[in-house]
Design a protein around this ligand. Sequence first.
Ligand SMILES: Cc1cc2nc3c(=O)[nH]c(=O)nc-3n(C[C@H](O)[C@H](O)[C@H](O)COP(=O)(O)O)c2cc1C
Length: 359
Amino acid sequence: MTRMTITGPASSAPTSPLITPAPLRIGRLEVDSPVLIAPMVGITDDPFRRLAREFGAGLVSAEMTAAEPVVRRIPRTLELLTFDPAVRPAAAQLVGCDPAMMAEAAAICVERGASVVDVNLGCPVPRVTTRGSGAALARDVSGAARVIRAMVEAVDVPVTAKMRLGWDHSSINASELARALEDSGCAMVTVHGRTRAQRYTGQADWAEIARVKQAVRIPVVGSGDVTDVHEIRRRLLSAEVDGVVVARGALGNLWFIRQAVHHVATGELLPDLGFADRIELTRRHLELLIEHYGESRALVVGRKYVAWTIRGCNGAAKLRAMVQTLVTRADLDAILGQALAAGLGSGGWFQPIFTSGEG
Ligand SMILES: Cc1cc2nc3c(=O)[nH]c(=O)nc-3n(C[C@H](O)[C@H](O)[C@H](O)COP(=O)(O)O)c2cc1C
């Protein structure tokens, strides 16, 4: 494997005296940073998790997986739940509403190396909610608690849950739900500070997330618009939350994970990566994808990362067209080489915008 260490530019001095947030414990698992990686469908596969863990994320997570194909041991589903012992701690995330099936699926996740099993109670998409799962199960507090209890009885790793604030603004129930899950043995809750009705619109409401923290003794992790290292540290130091999950903030910008982890631990600021280092990091990511999926599949899976990397690059439109036909390593070298030669335009790099997702 091509090993390359991106150390990035030197950090600046701490912006505030060194006080560090309390360590995050998920049941009996103590993680080494309260900055975690959110589960993201189509993104948080083994190579992504490997880089995120290398950059210091305390816990990495596989994407949401339906319990039923796990129990039926469908190979394509199980492939998503392959946990390399070198990339731990790592969580599996299950979606479903049948306690026995969720318990059986949880046991399979643990057998495959998961250090934590999370339940998705926030997925807004109709294909999930019309089956009573995801955000729909969060409306049925006792049903969700039964699912957690069955899973807790089935596995000896922490069982956690990820929820939204509620179905809509007239039915905010995250605190009530978190209390019921805590009573059922849930070891931690992650709260995305939006309702199901909001999907990905508007701003995440961190005051509501902090209210959930006041309602329970188990750790509460916040999610939503996590893109600013200062805000992350402030929220942790003020004990508004016990941890944060980075999601869209890392898309096209995995280095943000390192910046967030480092700032939380030291108060220092690591500068953004320069364009050449950003390209190098994408190359490394694509190399890991090739190792994991084989060249032809990896170069399809990896197109989005290349497209995100070249945002703001001079001549980006022409390069983006080339990304769509990316099939070999030689194509990859050509695109990245041309991007590097073209350089960033005056507007600089900009983050991709995602207005949909599964949690
Ligand atoms: C592409 C994408 C896929 C996602 N997949 C999942 C998922 O599998 N499970 C989940 O609980 N949340 C999922 N989410 C939601 C994120 O975990 C996170 O809660 C949400 O994006 C809010 O954080 P952010 O505003 O910092 O992006 C997904 C989000 C995106 C953008």
